[in-house]
Design a protein around this ligand. Structure first.
Ligand code: SAM
Length: 214
């Protein structure tokens, strides 16, 4: 994404009512019900980019609380702009590196985790930075409810194969694995396209997806 250096994006984010204040993040674990003012289930997307997926999900499911997490201010800014046009009470954003995700959500507080078109980090020495790596699966293990699910979509075959290899060592199992999501009518029911999904599927790339649990 070439949106990383928009001047002033950090300031806009700091003052946005749709973004959790970075200074307050360590007070959030165990308090998400209080933050949203209800006890609805909590679904999060890590690496949400410009936020089309999570915004549409939140709009379609007002009885679920959503939190979108994005590392870069200038990308997050685009998601904030959508909320400024039409604010959704069940959607909040966090600007952070997901490495610290288990410091923001309490044990078993999250009902579902979405990873969409995560950065591939192709060099072996960067494997631990990949969002479906075993290091990240351990963090997700701490915050996800016992019967919770994690859904991952990508068009990157190398990353998908890596993600599948990480499951067993990290103690996870797959409910569903597909190598061509868009040809599977059942799995496509209710599928919300992300920005990257639209871009790569329109080029003819197959979309891979798994749903996992432990
Ligand atoms: N999910 C969106 C989609 O499918 O259109 C965006 C995909 S984009 C390739 C990956 C996004 O994940 C980028 O916006 C990147 O900044 C973000 N990201 C990558 N690593 C991250 C991390 N460790 N913590 C938070 N966000 C991250």
């Amino acid at each position: 994404m070439r949106l990383r250096n928009i001047t002033g994006s950090r300031e806009v984010i700091q003052s946005s009512p749709f973004v959790i204040d970075e200074e307050a993040l360590d007070t959030c674990p165990g308090r998400w019900g209080e933050i949203f003012g209800n006890t609805h289930p909590l679904h999060i997307e890590i690496g949400m980019g410009k936020g089309r997926f999570i915004y549409t999900m939140a709009k379609n499911s007002p009885d679920i609380n959503y939190v979108g997490i994005e590392k870069y201010s200038s990308v997050l800014l685009r998601a904030i702009q959508k909320m400024e046009e039409e604010a959704l009470p069940n959607l909040k954003f966090i600007r952070m590196d997901a490495e610290d995700i288990d410091k923001v959500f309490g044990g078993g507080e999250v009902d579902k985790i979405y990873l969409n078109f995560s950065d591939p980090w192709p060099k072996d020495r960067h494997a631990r930075r990949r969002l479906p790596s075993r290091q990240f699966l351990d963090r997700y293990d701490r915050i996800l409810k016992r019967d919770g699910r994690l859904e991952f979509k990508t068009d990157n075959r190398g990353l998908f194969d890596f993600a599948l290899e990480e499951l067993e060592p990290a103690g996870w199992r797959a409910d569903i694995i597909t190598y061509d999501l868009h040809s599977d009518d059942k799995l496509m029911e209710g599928n919300i396209m992300t920005e990257y999904e639209e871009k790569f599927s329109s080029k003819g790339n197959p979309i891979y997806k798994y749903i996992i649990f432990r």
